[in-house]
Design a protein around this ligand. Structure first.
Ligand SMILES: [Zn+2]
Length: 341
């Protein structure tokens, strides 16, 4: 049941990335940066690679875990969010579609305070589709681009924000500081970092799920912007983060590990493009259709890139077999249109 729900939610998650707002900081594509960290993992692992099996979901339908004093992690097993209890009311983040009532129940477990604010990480339906359940005196905060997208969608389930901002937004409620940061377009327009500096906790959705490769084709409209966003998040001082997916929060080093995968896949792709000769691959393709010939070339590059990555990353991150070739292909598109380092 949960497995079926997982895939349904993931498929719905494909309704992702449309549009963006601010351009990413003006650094060239060859300044993305790389870490020198190399952690090879060997030994036995399941046929699909690294696996962190989902523990049984509690009968109430969710997990609730404390991340720091008055900061809570809520998860339905696949999607997650964070809420904060203050002396002046509760601040919630994404009202996950299908889990809004359970989120209310979770809040009632720890406080009698009313929900005062709701912060959208971004506009995607799967993450904020139950916003309508919090209609009333709750004030909604989101990025300007998220507001613009929601105005266009006219979805009554995704209420429009009353407060929106461009680059950063700061709020203090009951002595808790909330810092909202827009690192530019990556996973669609308006996807923000929600940062609680005093709690050393951060939320950044759909970009780096702990111990997992990124979702299909990096689930992005701007791979460069996505790397810039991750670098911005990692420049902040935090210990633990909420990724939007997985049944548990992540550690800072787990976010860095996913960024390392971005770099490794980019490098492997550049290497594969050197190794797979374009002209010969086109000549050797049995098809007379040039588009099909190009398709064969892209596939050969992705296969070579996958082969380069496999030894190190399959035992390290979940989802490698499902998505690594797609990541390689995304980088091919990037490398064909940007300066290749
Ligand atoms: Zn999304």
């Amino acid at each position: 049941m949960r497995t079926r729900g997982f895939w349904v939610l993931f498929v719905l998650g494909l309704i992702c990335g449309v549009g963006c707002a601010l351009p990413p900081p003006a650094t060239g594509p060859d300044t993305l940066g790389e870490t020198n960290e190399k952690t090879s993992v060997s030994g036995n692992y399941p046929p699909d690679g690294y696996l962190e099996a989902l523990p049984p979901v509690p009968s109430k339908g969710y997990w609730l875990e404390s991340l720091a004093e008055d900061v809570y992690f809520f998860s339905n097993g696949v999607y997650n969010n964070m809420f904060v209890v203050t002396s002046e009311g509760v601040v919630i983040t994404d009202p996950i579609r299908g889990s809004g009532e359970r989120l209310k129940q979770a809040i009632a477990e720890v406080t009698g305070q009313p929900v005062k604010y709701m912060i959208y990480s971004h506009s995607h339906l799967d993450h904020i589709g139950d916003a309508h359940l919090f209609q009333g005196p709750v004030k909604i905060i989101a990025h300007n681009e998220t507001r613009r997208l929601l105005e266009r969608y006219r979805d009554p389930d995704r209420l429009l924000p009353q407060i929106s901002f461009c680059k950063t937004y700061k709020m203090d409620l009951g002595g808790v500081e909330f810092r909202l940061i827009y690192p530019g377009e990556g996973h669609g327009k308006g996807n923000i970092i929600i940062y609680l500096p005093g709690k050393r906790v951060l939320m950044f959705v759909d970009v780096a799920t702990p111990k997992s490769v990124p979702f299909k084709n990096f689930s992005t409209v701007d791979i460069y912007g996505q790397v810039v966003g991750l670098k911005k998040a990692l420049s902040l001082d935090f210990d633990i983060y909420v990724a939007g997916h997985l049944f548990r929060p992540g550690k800072k080093e787990e976010m860095r590990e996913v960024l390392d995968y971005y770099y490794a896949s980019r490098k492997a792709n550049a290497e594969a493009m050197q190794r797979v000769p374009l002209r010969e691959t086109l000549q050797n393709s049995p098809s007379k259709d040039i588009e099909r010939k190009m398709g064969d070339y892209f596939q050969a590059v992705a296969e070579e890139c996958y082969r380069i990555l496999k030894k190190e990353w399959k035992p390290r991150l979940m989802g490698f077999e499902a998505f690594a070739r797609g990541h390689c292909d995304t980088w091919t598109t990037f490398h064909r249109t940007h300066k290749t380092p």
